[in-house]
Design a binder for this molecule. Sequence first.
Ligand SMILES: [Zn+2]
Length: 229
Amino acid sequence: MNPWLQQALGLDDSQLVADGDRPASIACAVHAGIVGPLLALQAEAANAGFDLRVVSGWRGFVRQSQIWDAKLKGDRAVLDDAGCAVDMASCSPLQQVCAVLRWSALPGASRHHWGTDIDVVDAAAMPAGYAVQLTEAESRGMFAAFHAWLDERMANDQAFGFYRPYDRDRGGVGPEPWHLSYRPLAQQYASVLTESALRELWQGHALQGRDVVLANLPMIYQRFVCAVA
Ligand SMILES: [Zn+2]
């Protein structure tokens, strides 16, 4: 299989910067190709008084599958837009799958599989010992100035290739201002991640909700994979 596709599906991590080569300011595993641009963005953020920290980077298919299965089995809460737990028992199987997809990617279709996408915070704005939640309330609250600064950099094409794929609600994945993507590499992964590649992957793994996902894959692919900035 094409290595780009293997990496796009979260099955190959050879694109990642080796742990020993990763700068101390980047706490998570990321694609080797984003290290330079990310260091540049961190330096500009520091000049503006922000401490841009990566709280989530690469995550493979196996890890995403564990998260997915735990949510559909009820071992892990599924939250609605207001941050309240969804009553999964009262949902149809398809509604359950869509509720999970609002805030968690389909295994094989997470942009975190690529290493080009990261979740970021401004550590300078956090009280000591604060546990990051990555919620809209947090983004509008303690990280508001940081996101406004990022908005301005992105609008002026001064973000070194980073942008927000989940900048607003398109009816699929919820808005995630904290999720940044390095466009020059991410667009290459996006271009190989086809519906048929996902179908083949899902046919080969006994994941929770597999029959529902496969029966609705054209909709899921359009609404939760393709509908990004
Ligand atoms: Zn993310």
